[in-house]
Ligand binder design. Structure first.
Ligand code: 5AD
Ligand code: SF4
Length: 452
């Protein structure tokens, strides 16, 4: 296939397909920033001059889907050989993957790792001379001169740290995103100011383990300090954060949350499993008892707090008894919501080497039991809100019913109500009338009402 084309000849358009977590979505925003800075605008895939896939590899199913998609992109290259096709992100960072893509998908022009996003403009220029593969093994310095991103809507994610030091035995993230590197608080604040200037009212601070934020900075800063600093930013209404690690979660953070009026009463605290035996095999660094104790402390300090979690079902060696411990923990904690995952074997992680892999049917059956239990609990939580008043930050029109408006409570519950488009970005008071598993339905209450 001919690579003889000039960048300037292209219709300056791009399309990015993003897979995976909020980190990946944030990376796509950076890629978008670079492309816009180069004068590119977004277009449909069949029209775009540059087609990028930003990948995820946390579970094997994502990887299969992405390689399938990469195969599909060939048709665009056949139809318009001048199209630039690129693939980057976590999946590419796995050992041997860059090379595999280069060989098996020869029509791909650019292959880039998670540490190479800032090189995109140069890679686009270079790829006219041949395939470009840039996958750095190690992370290097935090790159701060990313282009200012343009956001739409009232919510945005802000990365406060990259990488992870934990090496949970099932997880590929530390292998593909490297060690923990924190951004300086000044850079985080600068970014939030810029977002607020564009109309953003709510930021979610992102890191794989926000509780260890700042330990690598000179002088060290804690996550609690950062929350207090961001809380002081005028024009910002709400602050959320994710993800917390139970082994590092401390009471100083609860204090900072209680003191900072903009920080929402919601904690995502992934437990992963309810059995101590499995927690040890997962290398999580805490016991079920420690976790439950932390939950009690959190609830004592913040009775209104919403708690969510991640749980993996079918980790190697998980017996019926271990799984019963997980169900028992879920019943005791009574999460507002839980993200449940079937264990997926990731090569290069220690758990992939374990002999006693749980068979697919057992995994699926356990997954369904857990889902059923949690859905019932989620609905009960939502029903308990009926008749209560909530502060809702209005996001815009409901996607499912354009007549209605939608927003979220401080506890991150979606609320749908009859309102006005002009309320987008405002906080309003809503009384909850009806509860479903995923949504609350309510009625606007005049502002002198007292939301929870
Ligand atoms: N298999 C299944 N789930 C996984 N997660 C991470 N790695 C795996 C894996 N190999 C889940 C964890 C984590 C969430 C983001 O993804 O629950 O908290
Ligand atoms: Fe993966 Fe564990 Fe790090 Fe989370 S804390 S990213 S599960 S290694």
């Amino acid at each position: 296939m001919s690579r003889s084309r000039l960048v300037s000849d292209k219709k300056n358009t791009y399309h990015i397909l993003t897979y995976g977590c909020q980190m990946n979505e944030r990376d796509t925003e950076s890629l978008t920033g670079f492309l816009r800075q180069m004068g590119y605008r977004e277009a449909a895939p069949d029209e775009a001059g540059i087609l990028l896939i930003n990948t995820c590899c946390v579970r094997e199913s994502a990887e299969r889907k992405i390689l399938g998609k990469l195969g599909e992109l060939r048709k665009y290259k056949l139809a318009r050989p001048e199209t630039v096709i690129g693939i980057g992100g976590c999946m590419v960072q796995q050992p041997g993957m860059g090379e595999r893509i280069r060989k098996e998908y020869p029509y791909v022009d650019i292959v880039f790792g998670t540490h190479n996003l800032h090189q995109l403009p140069r890679m686009i220029e270079q790829c006219q001379f041949g395939q470009v593969v840039e996958v750095w093994d190690s992370e290097g310095e935090v790159v701060e001169d990313l282009p200012e991103r343009k956001v739409e809507g009232i919510k945005a994610h802000v990365t406060i740290m990259y990488g992870c030091n934990n090496f949970c035995s099932y997880c590929i993230v530390p292998h593909v995103r490297g060690r923990e590197r924190s951004r300086n608080p000044e850079d985080v604040v600068k970014e939030v100011h810029s977002l607020v200037g564009q109309g953003v009212k709510e930021v979610t601070l992102l890191g794989q383990n926000v509780n260890s934020y700042g330990k690598d900075l000179q002088p060290p800063v804690t996550f609690a300090d950062l929350l207090r600093i961001v809380n002081g930013i005028d024009g910002l209404k709400r602050i959320r954060f994710t993800t917390s690690h139970p082994k590092d979660f401390d009471l100083a953070l609860i204090e900072a949350m209680a003191e900072s009026d903009k920080v929402c009463e919601h904690i995502h605290l992934p437990v992963q499993a309810g059995s101590n035996r499995i927690l040890t095999a997962m290398n999580r660094g805490y016991t079920r008892e420690h976790y439950m104790e932390m939950i009690s402390r959190i609830r004592e300090a913040m009775p209104q707090v919403a708690l969510t979690t991640d749980i993996i079902v079918g980790f190697p060696g998980e017996t019926e008894e271990d799984f019963a411990d997980t169900l028992d923990l879920v019943e005791k904690v009574r999460y507002d919501n839980a993200f449940t995952f079937l264990y997926s074997k990731r090569s290069g992680t220690p758990a992939a080497e374990l002999a006693e892999q749980v068979d697919a049917d057992t995994k699926k059956a356990r997954f369904q039991r857990l889902l059923q239990l949690q859905n019932g609990i989620s609905l009960e939580h939502n029903k308990a809100h009926i008749g209560t008043l909530h502060e809702v930050l209005v996001e815009g029109r409901s996607k499912t019913n354009k007549e209605l408006m939608t927003g979220r409570t401080r506890g991150n519950k979606i609320v749908v109500f009859a309102g006005d488009e002009h309320q987008a970005g405002e906080t309003v008071c809503v009384r909850i009338d009806e509860a479903r598993t995923w949504t609350l339905l309510g009625t606007l209450v005049p502002q002198n009402g007292q939301p929870q």
